[in-house]
Design a protein around this ligand. Structure first.
Ligand code: SAM
Length: 347
């Protein structure tokens, strides 16, 4: 799976369990990023809407959330992947910007990316294969990059994985129905159809995803923008236009309060990190506008539910709350019996 800051990889088993216990048939993942959480809900049989402001996240959503693997021709996808893997490399914008001027990928792999991206645009633009092929290309590039997982900088020496040959693989579509929406959460939330369960995972600090993942943004848009600095970020990454109110201490609380008020859902789940700007008490106050509130605290190895004890990932009680570090809060708000049922499902 792709490297992504703040991705909920380790929380998926617990979020799945909570989603299942909620009884939701429809769900919204409003800051979907990699779509990991949306995928987990889709695997539970829910009809899911995945939304994010990033173009690459929309691409992931169109691949894993919008497409129904039972309704498409899998062999056509595999044939297109084989066709792309067989293309000879051809240096272009990607090689120049991200392999020669900056060194995120070895040139041999940049040349492959250029050739494949050009081919996808030329021959698959109008096809259902467009987004799964782009997703497969991003995943392939991510496997041979030379970064620590963010595109603010590249490593001084080549990462050993960057020497591997870039190769597209089956992105493994999921069965079921869903939707992918690109847009600012503050603008789209109020207009989306009602759902049983909404999950919110906003950014936790000042670092903008648009700048941290500028290469994926440019690879999907394929607009070949001018760049700046050693990291060769898109010029528009430094403009005010792509600034998120969730990336500023000044605007975060008001933005989240408005968003929570605008949501069209029965139950809300909100992830938030304890090393960030809003305190546990702030989060509880904010969520209280949506009904009964419970808050669960997770860390890397276990989750600490201050009100209900310490549990391991299997949901077994293993002790009382201890010293906390880098805690991920999950705030659940809504109708009391539903919220209680969700929390109890982890006991
Ligand atoms: C913490 S990450 C979400 C990670 C995701 N849950 C996962 O597991 O991959 C926050 C996401 O919020 C998105 N984002 C930032 N500002 C936004 C805004 N104003 N509206 C919608 N999405 C936004 C970023 O692009 C990023 O993908």
């Amino acid at each position: 799976m792709i490297k992504y800051l703040g991705s909920k990889r380790t929380l998926i088993p617990a979020l799945s369990q909570l989603g299942k216990a909620s009884g939701a048939k429809t769900a919204l993942d409003l800051f979907t990023g990699t779509t990991r959480v949306a995928q987990a809900f889709k695997k539970l049989g829910m009809t899911v809407t995945a939304s994010d402001v990033a173009t690459y996240a929309e691409c992931f959503g169109k691949t894993w959330i919008e497409l129904d693997s039972n309704a498409v021709d899998h062999s056509a996808l595999l044939a297109a992947i084989d066709e792309l893997n067989a293309l000879p490399g051809e240096a272009g914008y990607f090689t120049e910007k991200f392999c020669l001027e900056a060194r995120y990928f070895q040139p041999k792999n940049g040349e492959k990316v250029d050739a494949m991206r050009k081919h996808i645009e030329l021959y698959y633009k109008e096809s259902w294969l467009y987004y799964p092929l782009l997703t497969s290309l991003i995943l392939a590039a991510d496997r041979v990059d030379s970064t620590t997982g963010i595109q603010m900088a590249f490593l001084k020496g080549w990462a050993s994985r960057s020497a591997n040959n870039l190769e597209l693989r089956d992105p493994e579509l999921l069965p079921g129905a869903g939707f992918s929406v690109r847009g600012d959460a503050l603008e789209v939330a109020k207009d989306l159809p009602p759902v049983d369960l909404a999950y919110l995972d906003p950014p936790y600090n000042q670092h903008r995803y648009f700048g941290n993942y500028h290469i994926w943004e440019s690879l999907v848009r394929w607009d070949k923008p001018d760049t700046y600095g050693i990291a060769n970020k898109r010029l528009d990454a430094r403009g005010a236009e792509m600034k998120s109110p969730f990336n500023s201490k000044k605007t975060m609380a008001a933005a989240l309060t408005k968003l929570v008020g605008d949501l069209n859902c029965d139950t809300m789940m909100l992830s938030y990190n304890n090393e960030s700007w809003l305190s546990r008490a702030d989060l509880i106050d904010l969520a209280a506008t949506r009904g009964h509130v419970e808050i669960l605290d997770f860390d890397f190895k276990r989750y600490v539910g201050s009100q209900i004890g310490v549990f391991n990932k299997a949901g077994e009680k293993v002790g009382v709350p201890g010293a906390k570090r880098n805690i991920e809060h999950v705030v659940i708000a809504g109708e009391k019996s539903t919220v209680k049922r969700m929390v109890n499902s982890l006991k």
